[in-house]
Design a protein. Structure first.
Length: 376
């Protein structure tokens, strides 16, 4: 681990600690001293003597979001229970969980709509408690509800939003053109929002949420109720947004596991106010002991000796579907299904049917939260 006192940035630290873009990257000495004083609990000058280049580099030293032991209680109910995590600039971070897991409360905390009971959180280096205005200026939000005015045109909706953030004149006009172009609605800029299709209306909501060039965008189930074509169009649009704003961090809440798998660099699964796991979707899937589903049917009965050999390979949760058809689960990524088919062929079976279904993010979700229905 490198040391700030030697003028270099630290390699990534646990949530709540300052970390830089990469281990060993050089940092100007005055910036390094300022960060080091803050890390040790000292009170560095509020306006350190930094050049413009140093200030820009300092901004890049902070994660987009850093949360440490954040808690929210409503009376005896603990809605968010000491969660800690961080989100990097340019990252899409998914929050998954059953109803009542604490996702919505956590988002309301991070967008300054609720005060935390305890713990700390910063958005682009701004403290949630002490710098609410700076936090609000640096974020954009797109709620699940449709909030654009149906009696205004697409351009007028964005114009009203821009003026709320102090944009005007040519700056506002260029921002509106850019964002409507980003979401494929520039040609419909004069159309009333109420006459747009559901998918177009959601795209307009997103354009409005990023109009003021936020550094962090919070998305609450952005594709709920959309048809498959509209959902895919929204997904593709996010890719284009990230290409045009590579430092934009996105926090996504969704109940659609395929959406989280497709869009998110990392996901966290919450339940009962706590984060149960956090990693990339692929890493979480590979981490399951079982989950890859295999079905094999052969031209003759699969005997007990065959079953014992298949279980020795790693077959788990054995199901006898019929005399010559079996199903089981295996650890993801180890190729147990194909090995099982090869073993049976070597013993004289002819394979009539082989199905290997890879583990999904939904399997990971159930493994941590269970399958019981939850109240909304």
């Amino acid at each position: 681990m490198t040391d700030l006192r030697r003028g270099t940035l630290r390699s990534p630290e646990p949530p709540g600690r300052l970390s830089g873009p990469g281990p060993g990257e050089r940092l100007d000495a005055s910036v390094a001293r300022w960060l080091n004083e803050e890390e040790k609990g000292a009170s560095p000058p509020l306006t350190p003597t930094l050049s413009r280049r140093e200030r820009e580099k300092l901004a890049g030293a902070f994660p987009a979001i850093e949360v440490e032991r954040l808690t929210k209680r409503f009376g005896d109910t603990v809605a968010v229970d000491g969660v800690s995590f961080s989100v990097r600039a340019g990252e899409t971070y998914g929050l998954l969980g059953p109803n009542g897991a604490g996702k919505t409360t956590l988002i309301r905390l991070l967008t300054t709509l609720l005060p935390p009971t305890s713990g700390t959180a910063r958005v682009r280096g701004h403290d949630l408690r002490r710098e609410k205005h700076a936090v609000r200026s640096s974020i954009g939000t797109v709620s699940q509800a449709v909030t654009t005015d149906e009696n205004l045109t697409a351009r007028e909706n964005l114009s009203v939003q821009g003026k709320m953030y102090g944009l005007a004149g040519r700056t506002l006009a260029s921002r509106i053109e850019r964002r409507l172009t980003d979401v494929g609605l520039w040609e419909r800029r004069g159309q009333l929002a109420g006459s747009l299709s559901g998918g177009m209306r959601r795209r307009l909501e997103i354009a409005r949420g990023v109009l003021h060039a936020p550094e962090v965008l919070f998305l609450d189930e952005p594709t709920t109720g959309l048809d498959p074509q509209s959902r895919r169009a929204i997904w593709d649009m996010f890719g284009e947004l990230k290409a045009s704003d590579p430092d934009l961090a996105i926090v996504l809440t969704t109940h659609a596991m395929d959406e989280a798998d497709f869009l998110c660099d990392r996901v966290a699964i919450m339940d009962q106010g706590r984060i149960l796991c956090e990693d990339s979707p692929e890493a979480l899937k590979r981490g399951l002991d079982t989950g890859e589903r295999v079905e094999i049917e052969t031209d003759r009965a699969i005997e007990a000796s065959d079953r014992a050999s298949l279980q020795a390979l790693g077959a788990r949760s054995w199901r006898a579907i019929g005399p010559s058809r079996v199903g089981f689960q295996s650890r993801p990524g180890e190729g147990i299904g194909r090995q099982a088919a090869q073993l049976l062929e070597d013993r004289g079976h002819r394979i009539l049917h082989l199905m290997i279904a890879p583990v999904t993010l939904e399997d990971v979700f159930f493994s941590y939260t269970g399958r019981a229905l939850r109240e909304a």
